[in-house]
Design a protein around this ligand. Structure first.
Ligand code: OTU
Length: 616
């Protein structure tokens, strides 16, 4: 029986190799073909992949087969994501297993756990400075805990998504340590420059991601006797993908994690993987060759897995990340996310209309990741082109940024400005959704009610746009900014810690209590999630069409042939009967499925209210 099984696995691999080998070869040849030993290197890469395939468990191979039989499994209307830090959500990986019931209750099918692999001691950018791809961060558990967790999640029909931080490693990763000790092979894993002048040449065209907390893109390291490329923090050393050994090592790290049961890989900072003098060193064509090669290896070894591009660029620039269906399966729609917040601040929907109208169509069954908040700041620059096309300037971005920075007493938003690269550019914004939406500044029950409507408006958009919507931990309970002392000091160094609180256990316990704001929020969101799950019109790939209308505050769009979303982004009530007349939606044809304020009258679309209507 075992022999039989092994035979089948081998046949399976041989068949996949026949299907994918040539393309993989072509991709990698285009990057590394000039190396004299390329063919040898490629043969070894395939051998390594074959080895990982042979190690893949029967359970995961069965999962691969199921996914391959339904390639659009992640694009249906029941798909819902949740994103959390392991420690802040559940203490550790074992604690996380205890939270599965909660995730099920909420309807979650995809769980993104922020970095949990062994991280740099001391500062580590929230785990984005990885010290080992082969070990779990000891304070969070062990590899055995991870495998137990992925098995339990699979059982519960939840896919685990993990960050694959492939642009850089921590300066205490074994590769970095070997490089420090003078090992030539490992020095070649990084971009090292003896001469500062070389860095200066690159710098002419580079941006800075953290200009205040981590200025510059290069760090001098005494033991290296050289400058090392560090796009992010000085302790995050960019990997040199021009070196085929780096690709092989990282690909193997990915496949090993896939064999632990991780199903979705969030490809962190994907745009930065390739460098070329005279360019911004972002989104270069070689990045896509690398990602296609990773996808090819996934198809060989773990075809049930998904790749998610973390490229915070305008949506029109994202199609290359999907390729012709041969690259990433998912990408963050950060333009949509930012436009939702911008429309709210401006009480106008034109920016959202612009972003929606210019959202590219994706190759099937690829899908957008739709979100409202995440662990990073909201970057407004992704909207710069959209505003330009609308004929307006950067003052719009500045106004939006100022609305959320917490300094304007007339704004309901309690956020904070984040560092920005260009002194003239609008700052990003930090803060939890609930704080940005007015829960924190609410003086009475009516204010809280309005904050809830705004939260349902933005989440309602993520749920209905067409994609995989992801809830950021705490948003479902209207949890506000982290005000703990420990957070204050962390946030002083890096403002993003404002939106990384520990899950509030009181709010969690009160989630079924409609008298509490957290309970109201939780119940309202859950109701919407449950409704969405039975509406095939809301599947990621069902058609989407903007509905023209004259009301500047209104966003109206149709999904499928029978569902319409109407949303008021302003603080004014809008006359519903005339809007319906303009959109040609008589009561005889369209009935109300859901509205944020269930008891409201038919006469008005209330301030910040969303409603979902269905054709009879
Ligand atoms: C990503 O970020 C992560 O989401 C951040 O948490 C990490 O700090 C960073 O990578 C380094 O690992 O590069 O392409 O506003 O949006 O740094 C997007 C800044 C990234 C983040 C940006 C982002």
């Amino acid at each position: 029986m075992d022999g039989q099984k092994r035979m089948n696995a081998e046949d399976e691999y041989t068949a996949r190799l026949a299907a994918h080998r040539d393309k993989l070869h072509a991709c990698l040849y285009s990057l590394y073909g000039r190396h004299a030993d390329f063919e040898n290197w490629f043969a070894q890469l395939l051998q390594q992949a074959g080895h990982r395939h042979a190690q893949r468990s029967a359970a995961l191979r069965a999962l691969d087969a199921r996914r391959q039989a339904t390639p659009d499994w992640f694009a249906h209307e029941r798909m819902l994501g949740y994103c959390a830090y392991v420690d802040r959500f559940a203490g550790d990986l074992q604690g996380l297993a205890q939270r599965i019931d909660y995730l099920r209750e909420l309807g979650v099918r995809h769980l993104h756990l922020l970095p949990f692999l062994k991280m740099r001691a001391q500062d580590n950018d929230g785990g984005f400075a990885v010290s080992s791809f082969e070990a779990v961060e000891p304070s969070l558990g062990s590899m055995a805990d991870l495998e137990a967790l992925t098995a339990a999640l699979r059982e519960a029909d939840i896919s685990l998504c993990a960050d694959f931080v492939l642009n850089h490693v921590a300066d205490d990763h074994p590769w970095a340590q070997a490089a420090r000790s003078g090992d030539a092979q490992h020095r070649a894993f990084f971009h090292l420059f003896d001469d500062r002048a070389q860095c200066t040449q690159y710098e002419r065209h580079l941006h800075q991601v953290f200009p205040h907390s981590a200025p510059g893109n290069f760090t001098y390291v005494e033991e290296l006797g050289a400058w090392v490329w560090t796009t992010f923090y000085p302790y995050q050393w960019d990997l040199n993908y021009a070196n085929p050994q780096v690709f092989a090592a990282m690909a193997d790290a990915l496949l090993q994690l896939a064999n632990r049961g991780i199903e979705v890989f969030r490809l962190d900072s994907a745009p930065f993987l390739w460098k070329r003098l005279g360019s911004s060193c972002q989104n270069l064509p070689e990045v896509h060759v690398l990602l296609k090669a990773l996808r090819g290896l996934i198809e060989l070894v773990a075809p049930g897995c998904l790749l998610l591009a973390e490229a915070i660029v305008p949506s029109q620039e994202l199609p290359p990340y999907f390729g012709a269906g041969d690259e990433c399966h998912l990408a963050y729609h950060s333009s949509l996310m930012a436009a939702g917040w911008a429309a709210l601040a401006q009480e106008r929907s034109d920016i959202l209309r612009e972003v929606m109208a210019s959202t590219p169509t994706l190759p099937m069954p690829a899908s957008w990741l739709c979100y409202v908040r995440c662990h990073d700041d909201i970057g407004w620059q992704v909207l710069a082109n959209d505003y330009r096309r609308m004929g307006s300037g950067s003052h719009e971005l500045h106004a939006v940024s100022a609305f959320y920075n917490g300094r304007d007493p007339r704004s309901y938003a309690q956020g904070a400005a984040f560092q920005s690269d260009d002194p003239k550019a609008a700052h990003g914004s930090n803060g939890m959704s609930a704080s940005l939406l007015g829960f924190e500044r609410a003086r009475d029950a009516q204010d809280t009610e309005l904050a809830l409507r705004r939260l349902l408006l933005l989440y309602g958009l993520a749920f209905s746009f067409g994609g995989l919507p992801v809830i950021y931990m705490g948003d479902e309970l209207a949890q506000t900014n982290d005000r703990a002392d420990s957070a204050q000091s962390r946030a002083a160094a890096d403002g993003r810690w404002l939106q990384r609180p520990v899950l509030d256990s009181t709010r969690l316990a009160q989630r079924h209590d409609a008298q509490q704001p957290s309970g109201r929020c939780y119940q309202a969101l859950r109701e919407l999630i449950q409704l969405r799950a039975v509406l095939p019109e809301l599947a990621a790939n069902a058609p989407r069409q903007l509905l023209r209308n004259q009301e500047p505050a209104l966003l109206a769009f149709e999904r499928g042939a029978s569902l319409r979303v109407l949303a008021n982004f302003s603080s004014r009530p809008l006359p519903l009967p005339s809007l319906r007349a303009e959109l040609n939606m008589p009561a005889s044809d369209w009935h109300l499925l859901w509205r944020a304020q269930a008891s409201a009258s038919d006469e008005a679309l209330l301030p910040w209210e969303m409603l979902w209507m269905q054709r009879r």
